[in-house]
Design a protein around this ligand. Sequence first.
Ligand code: ATP
Length: 545
Amino acid sequence: MPEENQPRTLSPSQKMANIVALAKRRGFVFPASEIYGGLNGFYDFGPLGAQLKNNIRDAWWRDMVECPPLGPDGKPLTIVGLDSAIIQNPETWVASGHATGFADPMQTCRQCKKLFRADHVWEMLKESDWVKSFADAMSPAQPEDLIVFDSGKAMKWAKTKGRKCAPGLALVRNPEVTLSWMVEDLIREPGKVLGIDDVLRHVATEQKARTGLQTPCPNCGGDLTEPRQFNLMFESRVGAVEDGSGRVWLRPETAQGIFLNYKNILDTGRVKIPFGVAQVGKAFRNEVTPRNFIFRTREFEQMEMEFFCPPDDAPQWYEFWVTTRLKWWRERLGLSPERLQRREHDKDELSHYSTSCADVEYKYPFTEPKFGELEGIAHRGNFDLTQHQARSRTNLEYVDQDGGNTRYLPHVIEPASGLTRGALAVLCDSYEYDPARPSPEWLRIKPELAPIKLGVFPLVNKDGMPEMAGKIYLELRQKFISAYDAKASIGKRYARMDEAGTPFCVTVDGDSLKDGTVTVRDRDTARQERVDASRLKDYLGQKLG
Ligand code: ATP
């Protein structure tokens, strides 16, 4: 398409498709085991993705463990780090409640046998191809949650497109019967605008009298079973005996490893309450419906911290951590303030032991105009320590030596965030699209998070330029992660670096050999400046921090 005819803005779904394609093309994220057809819910982080994720992790670790924030009284907090095992004694998960309670209600399609999380079905229906095709066949001009039902068009759709994309749907399997009762039940006035939810329940139901209204399968339109509980923990086996005695689980969250080590840290770390323990690591959940790229995967990384405090102070610490964490995503990671929000959980969303919980939410392209979770901050009371104390028969009480040796189980505030989800938020937030630029797609990643800080190029690969550029590269890469590139036209090389989110490029040209200056190009403005090569380190140091 000629440049001037290209759309300047993208719909959220186009934007997301572009981000996934760019992530693969530039080596941020690949589908796992792709050469074998992939594995649903698993992804690999390529060279740029691994570096981006490490940079986010390092920023979190630095701001939590190495240089934690000042508390509400202006004094520095104590937070220590931990790296606990992924597999722990299975009693851990019995005590924490995960062995019995860590389950999602799930529905199976009787026709195509796919599994769905009951609370995701409607959301998935709205995104489903067959629902889009059906709505389009009925009344393409309506907004997506409304429809004008037309029996003639429905019959035609059922016998043509519907057969291909929704073979399980009652309307497709038995159009005459489904339509005959449906018309009586639903469409008394022709041309009436109806809610799509209602219409979908009707077209999915062959005989209302026998079954009541059905919810269709988002994949094929078929019948869904009643919701059943499904445990999300992955099982494995320790040792050679296969009689079930070695059954273990992969951790579904990093938090429990912290509670298991709480006493070790108290006994060895000379820490006093209040204090925190932070950990970054992999967690595994056999998610029923992994989706939205790396938003919900079956293997992911978390950054979690448990902050132990006296029970009476917990509400104040809760407020402190919610505010601090929201600010971190905004200021430290540079996410757009208007795409971030704090959402307090309703009382019926809270787990039984939790008195308050708030999410830091981000407006991802696939949740727009709504927001999706990035981090949860929960006041967990002393639930976990109480459970582990009872089940392990180990005294986990804190002895307050400054407060007359009183003993108590501290309360806990837990900021729990996803590192992989954080990387996704950074990719989505930094994605820019401008067809007028030589590189229409580029990533405005904050320089300190950018996987590559600097591209170094000879303008042409001869006449002494590669030698000078090579020398500059060898020197600068000691301070900034740099990439040397001598292939393709200079415009293509800039475009490649823009897509990787590289904030600066240094180019050595003919003049450089004469006067010792080079061109420094700024990713965000595409402006170029002449800088003396001997000053480059300082110049870039100021810009890159
Ligand atoms: P959800 O309700 O979306 O299943 P959750 O509330 O159970 O998530 P937590 O147990 O609070 O999630 O986990 C803390 C953080 O871990 C989440 O805020 C999210 O960033 C991340 N996370 C949880 N599950 C996944 C997953 N399947 N894939 C990627 N990140 C995840």
